[in-house]
Design a protein around this ligand. Structure first.
Ligand code: HEC
Ligand code: HEC
Ligand code: HEC
Length: 125
């Protein structure tokens, strides 16, 4: 019986080690965003919502490289309409408010993109 304490301690340590990655992913990796109004009448984004939530920064990098390195400004087809590869004219042209959409989520996620020293946030709806 005197080993019971050790056994319980062993089980607790075992569970911490096994569950840590799950807890860790839940807290930081598999980020659950707040419920946001995309501030647009459009029904579709560049890609499906889950892809956009997780990968929009990579898409922006891709667009920037296409434009700056290859002078490839698109067009990109979104819901049958042509858009250029532009952070301000396209992303913020359709999402009517940086503050109410992008920034709201970034504040929540504690992300501070430094794009706005050069790119200008358009007038907000
Ligand atoms: C030091 C200044 C600077 C910073 C900071 C910067 N950019 Fe740019 N970016 C530029 C310039 C200059 C261009 C070229 C503009 C053109 O040719 O239309 C450009 C072009 C782009 C383009 C393609 C053209 C367009 O109209 O959007 C994208 C997308 C882009 N940047 C995304 C970003 C993102 C995302 C960030 C932040 C993570 C960022 N940039 C930060 C200067 C900057
Ligand atoms: C033609 C309009 C349109 C354009 C252009 C557009 N979006 Fe979207 N975006 C939407 C809509 C509509 C949704 C919501 C989709 C849904 O609910 O299925 C959305 C969803 C998103 C989401 C997910 C939001 C969430 O609640 O998780 C992100 C992030 C996003 N967009 C970023 C961007 C970025 C970055 C760009 C430019 C590269 C962009 N969008 C361009 C219309 C657009
Ligand atoms: C649903 C939440 C959400 C929305 C909405 C959202 N973002 Fe983000 N964004 C994030 C998260 C989380 C990160 C950090 C991802 C990482 O570090 O892996 C991020 C990162 C970025 C980055 C890269 C920042 C860096 O310093 O590397 C850029 C650029 C960016 N977002 C632009 C936008 C723009 C523009 C919009 C609006 C059109 C937008 N985001 C909307 C959650 C969001």
């Amino acid at each position: 019986m005197h080993d019971q304490g050790k056994v319980i301690a062993g089980i607790v340590i075992f569970l911490i080690v096994v569950l840590f990655p799950i807890w860790y992913t839940g807290a930081f990796g598999d980020f659950t965003p707040p419920n946001l109004d995309p501030v647009t009448d459009a029904k579709e984004c560049v890609k499906d919502k889950a892809t956009m939530t997780a990968w929009h920064m990579d898409l922006l990098n891709e667009w920037r490289n296409d434009v700056v390195r290859n002078n490839d400004r698109g067009p990109v087809l979104i819901a049958g309409k042509e858009w250029e590869k532009s952070l301000t004219r396209t992303c913020l042209g359709c999402h009517g408010s940086y503050r109410k959409f992008c920034h709201k989520c970034h504040t929540y996620a504690d992300v501070k993109p430094d794009c706005w020293q050069c790119h200008v946030v358009p007038e907000e709806r």
